[in-house]
Design a protein around this ligand. Sequence first.
Ligand code: NAD
Length: 296
Amino acid sequence: MRIGFIGLGIMGKPMARNLLKAGYDHVVYDIVEANTNDVVADGAAAGSSPRNVAEQADVVITMLPNSPEVKQAVLGEGGVIEGVRPEAIVVDMSSIAPLAAQEVAAELLKKNVKMLDAPVSGGEPKAIDGTLAIMVGGPQDAFDAVKEILLKMGASAVRCGDIGAGNVTKLANQIIVALNIAAVSEAMVLATKADVDPENVFNAIKGGLAGSTVMNAKMPLILERNFKPGFRMELHIKDLQNALDTAHEIGVPVPLTGQVMEFMQALKVAGKQKDDHGGLVQFYEQLAGTEVRRKG
Ligand code: NAD
């Protein structure tokens, strides 16, 4: 079984490395040559284009920023569709619009190639230790065929429905994460300005009902003023835009998502779009004129 991996950024690189560690034969490609070379140094073969990767692979995995990049890499000139083998399976693990996943899958199906949309949650740390949560849409037989591979990158892989269902699930995930970061930020700015050490607040409440994976992941970084990504705010803006578009297309108002989107837009105007999404706290800090940090 040979795997092709396209898109070796913050997430793709450690995911590809975990597949290498698991012993899969591997051909990789990123539009940025240095990223390809990093994974080639670990033992993968270098592909020269998405088409070239697809020509050599039984399973083609893509891990790209958004819908336009996935369409370009799969359907564009020199793309996967030009080289993919009929019996191969394409697994797009990027977070993209559900409609875009359905469009790409429909084009591949014309060549008898099955596709899964399989976005992930967990961020860089879980990509590194191979414990991502993977949410999948697409045909059951294709899911069964690649589940073992997915579980080399993730702690769980759950099929949520037909093609597009993976990304609908991811949009739900991203709404919950964004609103959770906003809630933690709002509460911690209040505690700080009330002169209570935010680290004590965190330690006191993390085991109670307010505790969350999001708070456990982001609070230590916020206390250290560490906003190095991780997950760039601009990517979360992309996900919230996809959530707003999808929700409005099917007639679902998402008022809180709209509000947090505007907080992130304000930080983007302030030049903070490359910060980790935990940097959302800075929006509340500006409103209140205080800074959440470790005391002493
Ligand atoms: P990234 O920007 O670090 O990586 C994307 C990679 O794709 C880059 O290396 C880029 O050079 C490459 N690329 C772009 N266009 C290409 C093309 N046409 N052909 C080949 N390579 C191309 O982004 P990331 O953080 O790794 O995120 C990837 C996806 O995973 C996004 O959809 C993101 O929303 C999602 N995601 C990210 C995180 C996270 O914490 N970073 C967590 C969960 C999901």
